[in-house]
Design a protein around this ligand. Structure first.
Ligand code: SPQ
Length: 419
């Protein structure tokens, strides 16, 4: 069982944005509770290569911003490692800067589609070269002289939206980005605090270019996507009771809380407060023996996209048929997360069927130990470490180190909470 309370590590999405926006602001920035995960360290490394002075001190990061037009041409290739957020968002910034830069990443990044970003950036007048018509790395961006855009997005993606908002800061007039479905809005919230001229009307984001962004002190709230593993662990293991402190509760990220409530999970939000424009609170989660199945589809999907692997584990412990659909995007994450979850759950004895855009899971079943293929995907590794908690036998992960991408210290925390 899991017992105790702990402070949650910083949010990955917000940590990336804090480094990027600080780097293109004017003045000294302090970022507290920064996530020292490998993905966020890749973002730091890319901006250092463009002449930004970034110092790490414990969980704080100090960034001396170069100003909106002050980045230097990188002397070296920019390597984003495993980070989709870095490559998508940085492309928007590079498109606005008058120099050439080449982006590469690891094997998984090499398979993740970039046309969703490079196509609209080309429409803004940016010259971009890359494998398969700039769909895959290496991608070379020749930035500068962007025209404004009025663009209807074709995928529900915060990364595409953010890249286009960032490019719009450098455009020659007002841009409008129309979202298909509302996705996480940390870029809009944080850029406004840096002085960007951004207004949001329903699904339309209006951006007027500005001369400069101004430095900030940023506190990064805890990552609800990381909390998700502990939430599910506590819900499914007998006798558990955990308090997770300092969880980011931005409404565009809290789909998992709605799902847990629909499934009759015992979860309570305590001590809600607003920190730097983001809602934060503590979560009290207790073992829930009477979980029921649910359907997860449509507009909630972007609000819990990264939590689906562990929600699937939860569904195996719920009575009835859980349906997850409209989640095709899972196929182009760090791994094909639909296949990875379905195949591994089958190995553990779950009743699960793969769909083109999701999966169907019938519960409740007793899971058994298995050798799990993580595909070096941090969310798959953590989801199946949670499946291990209630199962008969042992789960053996073929790779554990990938967890450092988003949750350094994960196994120590799990051990500290386990009694
Ligand atoms: O950064 P990366 O590799 O894309 O990370 C993932 C994750 O599981 O941590 C997705 F694989 O999160 C994305 C998320 O799925 C982070 C993100 C963001 O910070 O803007 C947005 C989502 O991606 P998308 O493509 O839906 O915009």
């Amino acid at each position: 069982m899991l017992k105790g309370s702990f402070e949650l590590i910083g949010d990955k999405s917000i940590s990336h944005r804090a480094i990027m926006f600080s780097s293109i602001s004017k003045g000294h920035n302090k970022i507290s509770n920064f996530l020292m995960g490998q993905d966020c360290l890749s973002t730091i490394s890319c901006f250092r290569k463009m002449g930004v002075d970034i110092e790490i001190n414990g969980a704080d990061v100090f960034v001396k911003g170069n100003g909106l037009y002050g980045l230097k041409p990188p002397l070296d290739i920019l390597d984003v490692g495993n980070s989709g957020t870095t490559i998508r968002l940085i492309s928007g910034i590079l498109a606005g800067n008058k120099f050439e830069a080449t982006l590469i990443g690891d094997e998984s990044i090499g398979k993740r589609p970039m046309k969703r970003v490079t196509d609209p950036l080309r429409l803004m007048g940016c010259k971009i070269e890359g494998k398969e018509d700039a769909n895959f790395t290496p991608i070379k961006i020749y930035g500068g002289n962007l025209n404004a855009i009025d663009y209807k997005m074709t995928v529900a993606s915060a990364q595409v939206k953010s890249a286009l908002i960032l490019a719009s800061l450098y455009a020659d007039g007002k841009s409008i980005i129309h979202e298909k479905v509302r996705s996480r809005n940390h870029t809009e919230i944080m850029l406004k605090s840096f002085g960007a001229d951004i207004t949001v009307e329903d699904l339309a984001i209006n951006i007027n270019p500005v001369q400069e962004l101004f430095s900030q002190n940023i506190y990064v709230p805890g990552d609800i996507s990381s909390a998700a593993f502990i939430i599910v662990g506590a819900l499914i293991t007998k006798g558990s009771e955990v308090i997770i402190k300092n969880v980011g509760l931005n409404e565009t990220r809290t789909g998992i809380l709605d799902v847990v409530k629909n499934m009759n999970g015992n979860i309570e939000i305590l001590n809600q407060r607003l920190v730097g424009g983001e809602l934060v609170g503590d979560l009290l989660v207790k073992y829930s023996p009477d979980l029921n199945a649910t359907t997860i589809d449509k507009a909630i999907i972007p609000r819990l996209i990264d939590e689906i692997p562990v929600i699937a584990v939860l569904a195996t412990q719920a009575e009835g048929t859980t349906i997850i659909k409209d989640a095709k995007e899972l196929k182009v994450k760090e791994s094909n997360r639909i296949k990875a979850v379905v195949d591994n759950l089958k190995l553990m004895g779950a009743d699960v069927e793969e769909l083109e855009d999701g999966m169907v899971i019938k519960g409740k079943v007793s899971l058994k130990g298995a050798n799990i293929k993580t595909f070096k995907d941090h969310r798959i590794a953590m989801a199946f470490s949670i499946a291990d908690l209630g199962c008969d036998g042992d789960v053996i992960l073929d790779n554990k180190s990938c967890i450092d991408i988003s949750f350094p210290g994960y196994f120590k925390l799990l051990k500290d909470l386990s009694i």
